[in-house]
Design a protein around this ligand. Structure first.
Ligand code: 7RM
Length: 656
């Protein structure tokens, strides 16, 4: 896919942000890492002797059996804490129930219609055990894969923890994905059981999860049983012999279930994410390293305290929800807020209403959400008392300095540090971020690497570029929470991540470092697009578009968008040539939304007679990107087969 990657030499930074915000004294004085010197000391120790460093950190987990070696590195395959035994659900539940946290609220849940449920650690343990026993009753055993396709209700973390308890590997699919996307993921994972619900609430409407699950299962014969959780209470069709109502199956089932002592490297979950081909990759995370990363970043980055109420607004269907709604906060015994619905239901102040009523202390969301709040205006947050907030975070895409400043002032009241956290599905946990009591922040920069993380910005030759110059962001050393492989495709793991810069992990992002060594992430330089923080592959969207009967060929690119960061522009060649009308444009957009999910809907469809190609037939997406973003000057066209195609396309672009 190298031909489709923008040359990093073309990456130039246009930011010249000079504002600096030092950690407030009141925050720093209580923080675990209270100043920059302490951070530097910690970091230096972590790179001087990583084995000894991580050996010490591993004490943050509850082990059932002592591990032998911190890192076994057979590049690019890593194993961490080999020989160790533990259980992720025991770490997240039992170890707290054994202490005064027993009656502490673990999950403060709010449904979109306004219904509420509070689950203490004891409640959560009981419900997890019950769920685990139901799964066992359906024949699920350690190593089996379980698909989870649920709305944001407590049964979602419960189902995940139940899998972890018995060693089953969960694969959560975001409830906004289509039946087809779900089917492909279930097939790839060879899931034996699928957990879904009778629906969920979103903007006052019911999300029809069961119907999508039924359609998915028609093409995923690996799924033997479908467990249906009650959420809306409506009747949904049940297939005899396959579908099981959770509440019925759970009746009379024991509420105790011993956690299985699993190998440190036992797979915990598979989470599908978009890459440069049409086929999503099943990212595999294992137990000990992942959980350690989740746990330590709760301490380092969020400086979590027992009295905190922590709210990460991400859906658990994305990695951010896995790590910072479920495993991270529960592993450290925190109280998390979980909300089912949309930020504008019933009104545009719903998030601030939740912050006020639950006295949220740490709030973690995406830049695209912040930009939406900016657009909605200050009146909505002004209706609420946000004084409980002490720390803010962002994740998912670069944050523009204006949105950062608004977040700082309007939500944080000028008093809360902001942690701009860079990481990926593949990295498992945050890798580059300020430590809120230690690192002076600059709006738009993810600042410095966490302990044990060795990022660098390199040129095409794999050598570091000078400060201020753009290049590829790579990671030079393995880290505990890294992905272990791509499910069923270790070769793809090697070629995707470890081949373009030999010996290093290539992130797919462009970045530069400033004179203080701060990292500025400039976004994807491969064929991945982040739309509203959601990760999509251009190839995936293209394959959905060409599955429309009237489409011959398509090329998908990103253009900058004020609200969503990037928006999808699809260039489409119709079968038999000719131009489509508005109705066909809408139909193609709807077709993509149906095929992948509403998050993938193109913002614009541009019909064209031909696509710009090289003589060897490769679509020149770079030039299409230039057109879509309205660039005055198009880049290098020397390899273009037919210059006239491009001139026409440029003249027509945006015309009705
Ligand atoms: C956590 C998540 C990963 C991609 C990554 C970047 C982008 C994430 C930031 C960011 C700039 C950030 N996982 N990204 N965080 N870009 N600043 N703080 O988003 O797998 O869905 O996406 O997201 O491009 O490679 S993900």
């Amino acid at each position: 896919m190298a031909g489709r990657t923008a040359p990093p030499t073309a990456i130039e930074s246009v930011l010249s942000e000079t504002r600096l915000f030092r950690p407030p004294k009141a925050f720093a004085s209580r923080a675990r890492v209270p100043d920059l010197a302490s951070y530097r000391k910690l970091y230096a120790a972590s790179v001087r002797n990583p084995g000894a460093f991580w050996a010490k950190q591993a004490g943050a987990l509850l082990w059932r059996g002592r591990w032998k070696k911190a890192l076994t590195w057979d590049p690019p395959f890593a194993k961490w804490f080999v020989g160790g035994k533990l259980n992720a659900s025991e770490n997240c539940l039992d170890r707290h129930v054994a202490t005064a946290r027993r009656n502490k609220v673990a999950i403060r849940w709010e449904g979109e219609p306004g219904d509420q449920r509070n689950l203490t650690y004891e409640d959560l343990l009981r419900e997890t055990c019950r769920f685990a026993n139901v799964l066992r009753g359906l024949g699920v055993r350690a190593g089996d894969r379980v698909g989870i396709y649920l709305p944001m209700i407590p049964e979602l973390p419960i189902a995940m923890l139940a899998c972890a308890r018995i060693g089953a590997v969960h694969s959560v699919v975001f409830g906004g994905f289509s039946a087809e996307s779900l089917r492909d993921r279930m097939n790839d994972a060879q899931a034996k059981v699928l957990v879904t619900a009778d629906g969920g609430w979103r903007r006052g409407k019911i999300v029809e999860l069961k119907a999508a699950a039924d359609a998915a299962c028609a093409g995923a014969t690996c799924v033997e049983k479908v467990l249906v959780v009650r959420r809306t209470g409506r009747d949904v069709p049940m297939t005899a012999g396959r579908d099981v109502a959770y509440e019925e199956a759970a009746r009379g089932v024991p509420t105790r279930c011993e956690p299985e002592a699993l190998d440190a490297e036992h797979p915990l979950y598979i989470l599908y994410t978009s890459g440069t081909t049409g086929k999503p990759k099943g990212i595999v995370h294992t137990t000990a390293g992942y959980l350690l990363g989740a746990t330590k970043t709760m301490e380092w980055v969020f400086d979590i305290r027992d009295e905190d109420v922590f709210w990460c607004t991400a859906d658990i269907g994305w990695v951010t929800g896995h790590t910072y709604v479920v495993y991270g906060p529960l592993s450290v015994g925190a109280t998390v807020v979980m909300y089912e619905g949309a930020p504008d239901a019933p009104e545009k102040d719903r998030f601030w209403d939740i912050v006020e009523r639950h006295r949220v202390n740490i709030f973690y969301t995406a830049p695209t959400a912040i930009r939406t709040f900016v657009k909605w205006g200050k009146d909505y947050p002004a209706r609420h008392d946000l004084s409980s907030l002490r720390l803010l975070g962002t994740v998912g895409e670069p944050i523009n300095p204006e949105a950062w400043m608004w977040y700082h002032e309007t939500i944080g009241g000028g008093r809360c540090p902001i942690v701009d956290t860079w990481w990926q599905t593949e990295t498992g946990c945050i890798l580059i971020s300020p430590l809120p009591g230690a690192t002076p922040t600059k709006p738009g920069s993810a600042t410095l690497p966490l302990p044990g993380v060795v990022p660098e910005v390199v040129g095409d030759d794999g050598k570091p570029v000078p400060k201020g110059k753009g290049g590829r962001l790579v990671l030079r050393k393995p880290w505990p929470s890294m992905l272990r492989t791509i499910h069923g495709d270790p070769d793809r793991y090697v070629s995707q991540y470890w081949s373009s810069v030999p010996g290093s992990y290539f992130t797919g992002d462009g970045a530069h470092r400033d004179k203080d060594g701060y990292f500025w992430i400039m976004g994807r330089i491969d064929d991945v697009i982040k739309v509203a923080g959601h990760r999509l592959g251009t190839a995936e969207v293209e394959s959905a578009i060409v599955s429309h009967p009237r489409v011959a060929e398509s090329a998908v690119v990103a253009r900058p968008d004020e609200l969503t960061g990037s928006a999808i522009v699809a260039f489409v060649v119709l079968r038999g040539g000719g131009k489509g009308d508005n109705a066909l444009e809408d139909e193609i957009k709807a077709h993509v939304a149906r095929t992948i999910g509403p998050v993938a809907r193109p913002a614009q469809v541009q019909f064209t007679e031909l696509l710009p190609k090289t003589r060897s037939g490769k679509i020149m997406r770079r030039l299409l990107r230039d057109i879509a973003s309205g660039a005055k000057q198009l880049g290098d066209m020397t390899t273009l087969e037919d210059v006239a195609v491009l001139e026409r396309l440029r003249a027509e672009y945006g015309e009705e």
